[in-house]
Write a protein that binds this ligand. Structure first.
Ligand code: ADP
Ligand code: MG
Length: 619
């Protein structure tokens, strides 16, 4: 049996091409300019093997000419052109790529950034044009040809006069419809911005010629719209800080000056170039839901994606910049990737690089790092906590906390490296501000021991540290936790609790505060203050506050212990009252409890009662 060939229903296929592949109509220009650039590249490639050809880069260009009167948009190139046969095969067959064939024939693997591969980009022109005319004269041929098509119904080819080698594509731009405007594709500023967006790094000059009757405009020099040389393909040694700063501003990555630029060129299993920035200031929407992380993704210098989120982990979401790779397997619309294997490799690589650059900054430019940390430290700490702590190893050396001893931000490594030998834990205190934590009665004992305390002033701090659990085998301990793990205080406690009178007093007090605290006991940590709250278990007072402020408040409370300083005069008053006037014990207990709440920044349930109680003591 003889095999039948599939016949493409070309009318419908073309319809599909035109209407279903691309999300944005504007990419038609990206496709036609990419083709023009490929055509010039081929010319250049030919000149390498053909001595009779003199490839003088200056004489090659791409020109975009809008004309509102004739409602046409021309894309002109000085590339290699197409002969009659090439017009038929390359433009007359959907999914036939002359560029892919050229690469194969000439065994071009890399070096020449020929963009074409799918053989469909050209048809994007029909998204915006009713009629597409191609006038082309091929290198080595005397006759030029005119190819014309209105889309689905096929095309015509006829000989025509054309002097120079190259191709001219003329789009008859569609009339506006009720819901689509096509006028914009004849507007100079709009065309320029599309070129800037997608084709800024096409290596040949893209010029624009506006057919204005205005004589002034005629006289004016043609502007080159694109930057041409991608800064990321330049040698690092050729580039100055200013170059990187200019690129940052030009690309509108931010309105600030970047704190640091990171230029990466990798030529390994995957090849890519990247320019990344650590911004100086927090973008206004950074800590909001609207913020979108991501890097620009280029394939061979042509923009594929504005914000490729997969290139950045959340904890480095503040990084701005771009990645360009020739190894991406694009899908047919060149708006997405077919496989994310390459992307994952690049992302992993980039992540490592960002971390090592941040560590460098920390080591060599401490002030800059602290500035960075003030802005984005919260994101790093959030990164320690999120994803069940899977990134804590990556991030633990990058986080900092304010130190009670140094009076500035310190790293965990710095803290641990100067811990006295008898210190078992990394101590921290939580509160709204440095000033507040500094005054916490709980801090007295730890400080007196000569131990450094890290101050946690941000919501995320304690959660992050709970996830981290330990650093260099040292566990974290809150200065408010029930057991501080400091030697020498145990015996003290024993003498007190074995004291029967005191036990009865504490039991009495505990009864008064039955629904509020788990226990009332003698403090091991208080020196000059009469009272404080300690906690037992996983939930600290700071965490209770944060959880209470969340929308799905589940009323989770810390297990609180009221600690009394037995060396304080107030304790003797309590003992006195316990012996002579139990009513006073109740009054004192409530007062002390409320004072402890105030110190912690927790709300007092009944402020009126509290002030009345104070008055009772005064009169
Ligand atoms: P691709 O660029 O992916 O190959 P296109 O549909 O964009 O697919 O173009 C099809 C083919 O037509 C190209 O491979 C190329 O051979 C030819 N072509 C298109 N535009 C031009 C041009 N301006 N100059 C020369 N050849 C062109
Ligand atoms: Mg193409």
């Amino acid at each position: 049996m003889s095999k039948q060939q599939f016949k493409a229903e070309s009318k419908r296929l073309l319809d599909m091409m035109i209407h279903s592949i691309y999300t944005h109509k504007e990419v038609f220009l990206r496709e036609l300019i990419s083709n023009a650039s490929d055509a010039i590249d081929k010319f250049y490639y030919k000149s390498l093997t053909d001595d009779s050809l003199d490839f003088n880069k200056e004489q090659f260009y791409i020109k975009v000419v809008p004309n509102k009167e004739t409602r046409t948009l021309k894309i002109i190139d000085t590339g290699i052109g197409m002969n009659k046969e090439e017009l038929e095969t390359n433009l007359g067959t959907i999914a036939k790529s002359g560029s892919l064939a050229f690469k194969k024939e000439n065994e071009i693997k890399d070096g020449y950034d020929i963009i074409g591969q799918f053989g469909v980009g050209f048809y994007a022109a029909f998204m915006v044009a009713d009629v597409v005319t191609v006038i082309s004269k091929a290198f080595g041929s005397d006759q030029a040809y005119r190819w014309e098509s209105e889309g689905a119904d096929g095309y015509t080819i006829e000989p025509i006069e054309k002097e120079s080698i190259g191709t001219e594509i003329i789009l008859k731009i569609k009339e506006n419809t009720e819901d689509e405007s096509y006028d914009e594709f004849l507007e100079e500023y709009r065309l320029k911005s599309i070129i800037k967006k997608y084709s800024d790094f096409i290596r040949y000059p893209i010029k624009m010629d506006v057919n204005l009757e205005n004589e002034e405009a005629e006289k004016g020099e043609e502007q080159i719209i694109n930057s041409m040389v991608p800064i990321w393909k330049k040698n690092k040694s050729e580039l100055t800080d200013e170059d990187y700063e200019n690129f940052y501003t030009e690309k509108r990555y931010g309105f600030d000056k970047p704190l640091k630029a990171i230029h990466i060129s990798v030529d390994g299993t995957i090849r890519y170039n990247a320019i990344l920035y650590i911004p100086e200031k927090i973008p206004f929407d950074f800590y909001s839901k609207e913020f979108e992380k991501g890097l620009e993704l280029y394939s061979n210098g042509v923009l594929i994606m504005d914000k490729c989120a997969d290139l950045l982990p959340d904890h480095f979401s503040f990084v701005k910049g771009m990645v360009d790779s020739e190894d991406l397997s694009l899908n047919i619309s060149r708006e997405m990737l077919q496989h994310d294997r390459q992307l994952k490799l690049i992302a992993k690589n980039i992540s490592k690089k960002i971390k090592s650059e941040l560590l460098n900054l920390l080591k060599n430019e401490r002030e800059k790092y602290e500035e960075f940390f003030q802005s984005f430290g919260r994101q790093l700490k959030y990164g320690v906590y999120s994803e069940f702590g899977s990134n804590k190893e990556v991030l633990q050396d990058l986080i900092m906390f304010y130190s009670s001893q140094e009076k500035k931000l310190v790293t965990l490594d710095e803290y641990v490296s100067r811990m006295p030998e008898d210190q078992k834990y990394i101590y921290y205190g939580s509160g709204e501000s440095i000033e507040r934590i500094e005054k916490l009665p709980q801090a007295e004992f730890v400080t007196e021991k000569g131990y450094e305390i890290l101050y946690f002033t941000e919501d995320i701090d304690e959660f992050a540290i709970k996830m981290l659990m330990s650093y260099k085998e040292k566990e974290f301990k809150s200065i408010s936790s029930g057991d501080l793990g400091i030697d020498g205080e145990e015996s003290n406690e024993e003498t007190v609790t074995s004291d029967n009178v005191n036990k009865e007093l504490f039991d009495f007090m505990k009864n008064i505060l039955a629904d509020k605290v788990k226990d009332v006991r003698v403090s091991k940590r208080l020196k000059s203050h009469p009272v404080c709250l300690a906690t037992e278990g996983e939930i600290s007072i700071e965490m209770e506050k944060i959880l209470a402020a969340m929308p799905d408040n589940q009323n989770i409370k810390a297990d609180k212990v009221l600690e009394i300083n037995k060396n304080h005069e107030v304790f003797h008053s309590l003992q006195d009252a316990f012996a002579n006037d139990k009513g006073k014990v109740e009054l004192y207990t409530k007062l002390l409890y409320n004072q402890a709440l105030l110190i912690e920044g927790l709300p007092i349930q009944d402020p009126v009662e509290f002030t009345n109680d104070i008055c009772k003591v005064m009169v």
